[in-house]
Design a protein around this ligand. Structure first.
Ligand SMILES: C[C@](O)(CO)[C@H](O)COP(=O)(O)OP(=O)(O)OC[C@H]1O[C@@H](n2ccc(N)nc2=O)[C@H](O)[C@@H]1O
Ligand SMILES: Nc1ncnc2c1ncn2[C@@H]1O[C@H](COP(=O)(O)OP(=O)(O)OP(=O)(O)O)[C@@H](O)[C@H]1O
Length: 311
């Protein structure tokens, strides 16, 4: 028996970053937006004693660790342990479309998908609240991949409030060569704040809040207003570590994108386009510009991790 779950990538349409907390995390005002570009994770019952076996396909499969650090494997073990089950015998096959270490929460998405797939495969019926708790244990971005749509994440991003939205927005994602480490980007953000003399701790940096203009644009389905309100406090840090991203942002804007920003911790760059045809044109221009490895047009918001096939 096997269960396949489809799970979205995210872009942060606002990423307000507070000061460094004593536990090493930053308080966020994190407006997550789920896009149709996504992974699929298939969980298949394994023979007794085989343990957790991982597989990954897709152009970037070689960059995905197929060991115990993989978030899909960690999710399967965490769910089994929560139900008092022994080491699970399960094969997890990841069809990878989300850029790896790209700031689009690809590993987190696979963790969320594995929770949902194993829950269905093992007939556990785990309540949503418990799945969200397990997701938060796996990482700050994992709960949103379960929920999808558009949501405001507070705390380190795991305390979610779904946001009212209207309509569909068309996005382009420019994928860079190589990834950026999320902790390194947060560290660079702190370093730049120290350098600017504003301080970097949570006693010095005000707690961020969601921008009312951004929330109104999302509620109204107004792409032009959303493009004007896009904001990412990690963008200066990502640009400092990878200055060439400025060329990518410029290339997409020159190709007619309404708005541009670095996605989360980067290095993927995200562009809003006025409609599907404009998104395809921006993606083609970005591919031709030589300022990124490839570019994908997609849309959102879309739902969170959900079963698509049970066989
Ligand atoms: C940049 C974002 O993708 C925006 O959604 C997330 O904040 C990152 O979420 P994530 O990759 O799930 O991060 P986690 O696995 O929870 O944490 C990895 C590391 O990122 C840093 N981190 C993460 C989240 C947060 N609110 N503050 C942080 O400082 C910490 O150094 C942490 O040790
Ligand atoms: N299933 C997975 N897919 C991809 N990377 C994974 C996975 N599990 C663990 N990893 C590890 O996590 C690192 C970060 O990968 P990921 O693709 O999640 O980055 P990201 O999209 O930048 O994350 P975020 O946006 O949540 O900060 C990878 O370099 C890899 O070592």
């Amino acid at each position: 028996m096997s269960v396949t779950v489809r799970v979205p990538a995210k872009v942060n349409v606002q990423l307000g970053v507070g000061g460094l907390r004593a536990d090493g995390f930053h308080d966020l005002a994190n407006v997550f937006f789920a896009v149709a570009l996504g992974d699929e994770v298939t969980a298949t019952a394994g023979e007794p004693g085989t343990g957790v076996i991982l597989g990954c396909t897709g152009p970037d499969a070689g960059a995905v660790p197929l060991d115990d650090s993989n978030l899909a494997a960690r999710a399967a073990r965490l769910l089994a342990a929560r139900h008092g089950l022994a080491e699970p015998d399960v094969r997890l096959d990841i069809a990878k479309a989300i850029p790896v270490a790209g700031g689009m929460a690809g590993g987190s998405a696979d963790g969320a998908a594995a929770l949902v797939a194993c829950d269905a495969l093992w007939g556990l019926g785990t309540p949503t609240g418990v799945l969200l708790e397990l997701a938060a244990e796996l990482g700050s971005d994992v709960p949103f991949a379960l929920v999808g749509g558009v949501a405001l994440g507070r705390g380190r991003g795991e305390i979610l409030e779904p946001l009212p939205v209207a309509g569909t927005h068309h996005w382009v994602f420019a994928v860079a060569d190589g990834g950026l480490s999320t902790p390194a980007v947060f560290r660079e953000c702190d370093r730049l704040r120290e350098e600017a003399g504003t301080g970097s701790s949570d006693t010095e940096v005000p707690t961020p809040d969601a921008d009312p203009a951004l929330l109104a644009a999302l509620a109204d389905g107004d792409t032009v207003a959303l493009a004007a309100a896009l904001a990412n406090d990690l963008q200066p840090a990502a640009l400092s570590l990878r200055p060439a991203l400025a060329d990518t942002l410029r290339a997409g804007t020159e190709a007619g994108a309404l708005g541009a920003l670095v996605s989360g911790s980067g290095p993927t760059c995200a562009f809003l386009a006025k409609d599907a045809a404009a998104a395809e044109a921006v993606a083609a221009a970005l591919r031709a510009s030589g300022s990124c490895r490839t570019a994908h047009a997609t849309h959102g918001p879309v739902p969170g991790a959900a079963v698509v096939v049970e066989a």
